[in-house]
Ligand binder design. Sequence first.
Ligand code: 0O2
Length: 209
Amino acid sequence: EAARLIRGPGSELRRFLSVYYFGLQEMLTKVEILREELRLEDDDCPIEHVGSRLKSFESLTAKVARKGLPLELDAVRESVLDVAGIRVVCSFVSDVYLVADMLTRQPDVEVLETKDYIAVPKANGYKSLHLIVRTPVHLSTGPVWVPVELQLRTVAMDSWASLEHKVFYKWDRDVPAELRAELLEAAHIADRLDATMQRLHREVRATAP
Ligand code: 0O2
């Protein structure tokens, strides 16, 4: 999908998006190397799966409109920091912070913004750790630091978020109150699952032969 977007028509947009595509590849490589290394050390890898996307042109223009910005590439460059996005799904809540720390300790990864929706969930029940980081991409003209949004969450949080996302768009952002309440209850169930899995994980680590 990302590769298709940068080959599309419109060279200015193509150049604009290509820089995010390169930033995405750089950051993705860091995540994949970390994942491989941790997997080699221990079969019990804290990263379950990794996804990535370049924001679609439709989603980008909708966000620009929501923020009341002009549809100009300079304004978008300054104000939309999630054009490139990576989702890292981890086994346990503690792994989310462990992996975030391992990635952001790298000298060429600079944290621009942190939103910890695990510590302070959104009112609808959404939980994830969001980081905006930037990393250098070495172009023919020199280095360009590219922002990438990292979303880190557990399997339970991910499963809740993907269902909620579908419901949200199915109802065109206007989800009936009853359904919202059920989604909130489901988020609490996901929390309890995470807490139990975390406790079992600790017990197994402490007692396994
Ligand atoms: P898509 O399709 O993922 O691109 P800001 O960027 O700070 O101006 P924003 O975009 O609200 O404001 O930032 P935030 O809160 O960090 O959320 C950005 C992304 O997090 C969203 O991207 C979703 O992927 C995810 N997200 C945030 N809140 C929710 C939620 O309540 N439910 C679900 N399922 N996902 C959420 P986009 O831009 O919406 O879309």
